[in-house]
Ligand binder design. Structure first.
Ligand SMILES: Cc1ncc(COP(=O)(O)O)c(C=O)c1O
Length: 394
C-alpha cells in the first residue's frame, strides 16, 4: 500500500495541441455568453456530419446527462424493464433505475466482453422497454443483430458509445446505428472536452424536438406574441405531457469553450484511435506466446482500444497486478464490477443475474494503463514489465 506509481492508471486520456490550447483561450476570452452559443451549434452540426448517418446531435455536460435525457423520454410505468449488460459502468444503468425501471442484467461474450443478440434475446418480454448496448472497452457490439431482434419486439435500442467514439462497424460509425447513441468526453476518454462533456444522438425527429427542453430546464418561448419582451418573463417554462406524465427537465448543457474544443478534437479522433489500436495490437502481438494473458484482438476500426484489458488465466490475476504494482510501479486495475454486485443495486433488490461469462471475466481481468498521453517510453516500459511479469508467473 502507499505505492507511488511510475505509471498510474488514470489521469488524462490525451493532451492538447498548441492550436487547441490557443482555441480554448480564444473562446474563453471572447465577449458574450459562455453557454448556449454558436460553438455548441457548430459542434452539433459537425458531429452529425462526422457520424454521417443523419439524425440529430445534442452536446451534453456528460454522457450520463445524455442517458438521463433518454431515460426521461422513455418513461417507466410500473413493471417496465430495461435490459443492460451487468459488465459496464454504472451510468449505463442508474438513470433508468432511479426512474423506476427494473434492470434485467445481460451477460457478455467471453471473448469480446460485450453482449450479443443471442445473449439478449431470451431476456426480452412484453415488459421490456429498452435495451442498452455499451460498446465496452471501445469495441462495437453486434448492433445490427441487436436492432433486428429489438425491432421484432418494438423495443428501442440505446448505443452506449461512451468509450467507442469514432469506431466503425461495416464502415459506419457506432452511436448512430440504433435509436439513441451516447458519447463521453470525460477526462479518461480518447477525446476529452476539458474533463467532462458528452453527446446525445437521436434518430427520430419528433423525439429530437423534445431534447432541448429536457436539456435546459424546460425553457421555451411563450405560445403567444409578447407585447414586451420582459413580460410575463423573458421566456416560458413548459414541457409536454408524454405517457400521461409531464416530462421532467434538468440542466445538462455543454459550455461554449468545451463545445469549440470538442469540434476541434473530432478532426483528429481517427488519428488518436489509430495510434491506440496500433499500440494495442503491438502489445497483444508481443504477448502472443503467453498463456497467462488472454486479450481480445481486433485489427479493424471496430475497436478504438479506449482500454486495453486481458483475462489472466490460472487464478493468477492478483499475483500479476501485485507484481506490476510492487516490483514495477505500474498501476493496473480491475474494471466494471458486475453492476448487480454493487451495494446500490443490491439494496434496490437487483442482485439477481445469470451472467457467468461477465463474472468470470471480471474476477480474472486486468486493465493496463493505456491513455493516449502515455509516451512511447512509458508504453515500452509497461510492455517490458508485462513480459517480465508473465515470464515470472508462468
Ligand atoms: C460505458 C460507459 N457509459 C457511460 C459513462 C458515463 O460517462 P460520463 O462520465 O461522461 O458521464 C461511462 C464513463 O466512463 C462509461 O464508461
Amino acid at each position: 500500500m502507499g505505492t507511488k506509481f511510475e505509471i498510474p492508471f488514470g489521469g488524462r486520456g490525451g493532451g492538447y495541441t498548441q492550436q487547441e490550447i490557443k482555441l480554448i483561450s480564444e473562446v474563453a476570452s471572447m465577449q458574450g455568453p459562455l453557454t448556449q452559443g454558436p460553438n455548441l451549434k457548430e459542434l452539433e452540426k459537425y458531429f452529425v456530419d462526422f457520424q454521417s448517418l443523419g439524425g440529430y446531435a445534442f452536446g451534453t455536460s456528460s454522457c450520463t446527462s445524455a442517458i438521463e435525457i433518454i431515460a426521461e423520454l422513455l418513461h417507466a410505468f410500473p413493471g417496465d424493464e430495461v435490459i443492460i449488460p451487468t459488465h459496464t459502468y454504472t451510468s449505463s444503468a442508474y438513470p433508468f433505475v432511479k426512474r423506476g425501471f427494473r434492470p434485467i442484467w445481460a451477460d457478455s461474450d467471453p471473448l469480446t466482453r460485450v453482449t450479443t443478440p443471442e445473449l439478449l434475446e431470451p431476456l426480452i418480454n412484453n415488459r421490456t422497454k429498452a435495451i442498452v448496448i455499451p460498446h465496452l472497452y471501445g469495441y462495437v457490439a453486434n448492433i445490427s443483430g441487436v436492432c433486428e431482434i429489438a425491432a421484432e419486439h418494438g423495443v428501442p435500442v440505446i448505443e452506449d458509445a461512451a468509450q467507442s467514439i469514432g469506431a466503425r462497424i461495416n464502415g459506419n460509425r457506432c452511436g448512430s446505428l440504433a435509436d439513441f447513441g451516447v458519447f463521453s468526453f470525460h477526462s479518461h476518454k480518447n477525446m476529452t472536452t476539458l474533463g467532462e462533456g458528452g453527446m446525445l444522438w437521436v434518430k427520430d425527429e419528433a423525439i429530437a424536438k423534445l431534447v432541448p427542453l429536457l436539456r435546459h430546464n424546460g425553457h421555451c418561448p411563450f405560445d403567444f406574441k409578447q407585447e414586451n419582451y420582459w413580460e410575463p418573463a423573458m421566456g416560458n417554462v413548459d414541457l409536454p405531457i408524454l405517457n400521461e406524465t409531464p416530462l421532467a427537465p434538468g440542466n445538462y448543457c455543454l459550455g461554449e469553450v468545451q463545445s469549440a474544443l470538442g469540434r476541434k478534437l473530432l478532426e483528429r479522433i481517427d488519428e488518436v484511435n489509430l495510434t491506440k489500436r496500433t499500440r494495442a495490437l503491438s502489445f497483444i502481438n508481443a504477448l502472443e506466446e503467453s498463456d497467462l494473458l488472454e486479450f481480445h484482438r481486433e485489427e479493424t476500426e471496430r475497436h478504438n482500444y479506449h482500454l486495453l484489458a486481458a483475462k489472466v488465466t490460472g487464478n493468477k490475476r492478483n499475483a500479476f497486478i501485485k507484481r506490476m504494482a510492487e516490483i514495477h510501479r505500474i498501476q493496473c486495475v480491475v474494471q466494471y464490477l458486475p453492476l448487480h454486485r454493487y451495494d446500490y443495486y443490491r439494496k434496490l433488490g437487483f442482485a439477481e443475474a445469470i451472467t457467468p461469462n461477465a463474472e468470470d471475466f471480471f474476477d480474472n481481468m486486468v486493465s493496463f494503463p493505456f491513455h493516449h498521453s502515455l509516451t512511447d517510453k512509458d508504453f515500452e516500459y509497461v510492455l517490458d514489465c508485462t513480459l517480465e511479469s508473465v515470464k515470472c508467473l508462468s
